[in-house]
Write a protein that binds this ligand. Structure first.
Ligand SMILES: Cc1cc2nc3c(=O)[nH]c(=O)nc-3n(C[C@H](O)[C@H](O)[C@H](O)COP(=O)(O)OP(=O)(O)OC[C@H]3O[C@@H](n4cnc5c(N)ncnc54)[C@H](O)[C@@H]3O)c2cc1C
Length: 404
């Protein structure tokens, strides 16, 4: 039997169909409404929870798939339905990934279920890294975490911005600086449990795309969390800080290790949007007539569609490779995680723009979803590391040099 396969197995095909049916029957019909409302679609998250698509068990099952492909596949289908609603359903997994990547087994069991809640009492998770003055440069975080030894508590202060589910989440995972002199090596991740005093929502942002997904500032004012909320535990942090102070490189950095594992998943979301736009444009081009022929009978249109499909499939292969590598512990020696997210994001922006072109004026008006897909796609050049930062990661990986 060969080690490598490009086809989905039976379980994955079933899972893909199940998620696709939900995206087609529940998400897509609601997409326009929630884009206009710019609010969290609680009803739809609840529908997802009721059928078991939003919840701890489902996500644990998907993350455990030894091929690593299930999570990107699920994301592609959900975001094919709609990216704003998709992000409302999947946004909690950013916090979940941070807990999985940095937490002890006890912390994983305690906090991950609380990021989802139950169908009757939904909960959300959030991952809070970005700050007004620290976006791409995550080493310069100003949010501080100070240890109060007498009470065995951490005290968090600072402002986070652009946070998906920020302020409305039940569980916030906050990356803060324990020792600012050490840059990102002096940072750690903390759980802020539901209802902790001092954490509040600041401005809620109005956005260009993924408008059903809530994005807001998170203000932390003397937020006290128990010592047990430091992900990975104090002993491990102290060892890491000591190594960093001695100048020995610390193996993991709090925010970076989360981003590495989530990049292919984010890439698969972009592919879902691109595929939606490509399929819509293909159908349209086969129907629409000008000059007494279908517009697809013009090579200019047919070749555009051929390129769209080729780019989408190429991006998906990069995503699946990175997801497989990540799941099987194969190091991203050439920045493969970044490659997958970079390519998928740029493909989504390009494909959705081309889809508007294929539809002409009909692509530019809100009655057709392609203009929304283009607005939604643009975020994939920006969050979870901009396109420039992905290129930086790849360039550093392939050269082994500290390219500034
Ligand atoms: C809708 C949305 C949701 C988000 N969700 C979250 C979330 O849940 N949690 C979270 O922590 N963050 C989140 N973010 C934040 C996101 O990750 C940041 O916006 C992103 O990392 C970029 O940071 P910045 O916006 O400060 O841009 P900047 O870092 O200021 O970058 C501005 C421009 O300069 C370029 N640039 C910067 N440095 C370099 C360099 N060294 N070389 C070349 N070019 C460079 C960038 O590529 C970009 O083009 C979200 C953002 C948005 C818009």
């Amino acid at each position: 039997m060969s080690d490598i396969a490009f086809a989905l197995n039976e379980d994955q095909l079933q899972l893909q169909k199940w998620v696709h049916d939900f995206a087609e029957d529940v998400i897509r019909p609601a997409a326009h409404e929630w884009d206009e409302r710019e609010e969290t679609p609680w009803e739809i998250i609840q529908e997802a929870a009721k059928i078991g698509l939003y919840g701890f068990e489902f996500m644990a099952h998907a993350f455990q798939d030894s091929t690593g492909i299930s999570m990107p596949m699920i994301n592609e289908e959900l975001f094919w339905g709609d990216a704003g609603i998709g992000m409302s359903i999947i946004g909690s997994t950013l916090g979940v990934a941070a807990i999985m990547g940095n937490g002890t087994p006890e912390q994983i069991m305690e906090w991950i279920p609380q990021c989802f809640g139950t169908p009757e009492k939904l909960a959300l998770g959030a991952f809070c890294v970005s700050e007004p003055d620290a976006g791409s440069d995550v080493s310069s975080l100003r949010t501080t975490a100070k240890y109060d030894e007498a009470k065995d508590e951490w005290v968090l202060n600072g402002t986070k911005t652009w946070i998906t589910n920020g302020g409305i989440a039940d569980v916030h995972v906050v990356v803060a600086s324990v020792d600012r002199d050490l840059g990102s090596r002096g940072q750690a991740s903390f759980i802020v449990p539901p209802g902790t005093p001092g954490l509040s929502q600041g401005t809620k942002f109005k956005k260009m795309g993924i408008r059903a997904s809530h994005t807001a500032e998170v203000i932390l004012e003397d937020v006290r969390v128990p010592g047990s909320c430091l992900l990975g535990g104090k002993e491990k942090l102290d060892e890491r800080l000591a190594r960093a102070r001695e100048g020995t490189s610390a193996k993991t950095q709090a925010a970076m290790s989360t981003f590495e594992s989530s990049r292919p998943i984010v890439g698969s979301q972009a592919i879902g949007i691109a595929r939606a736009a490509y399929e819509y444009a293909l159908d349209y081009a086969k129907e629409r007539e000008q000059f007494n022929r279908k517009i697809i009978e013009n090579q200019a249109i047919a070749f555009t569609l051929a390129d769209m499909k080729t780019e989408i499939d190429a991006a998906r292969l990069l995503v699946w490779r990175a997801a497989w590598m990540g799941r099987n512990g194969i190091p991203f020696e050439n920045g493969e995680g970044s490659m997958s997210k970079l390519k998928a994001g740029e493909v989504a922006v390009w494909v959705t723009e081309r889809a508007i072109q294929v539809l002409g004026g009909y692509g530019y008006i809100r009655e057709n979803p392609v203009e929304r897909w283009h607005r939604d796609a643009k975020i994939y050049d920006i969050f979870e590391g901009t396109a420039e930062i992905q290129r930086l990661v790849i360039a550093r990986s392939i050269s082994g040099m500290r390219i500034p």
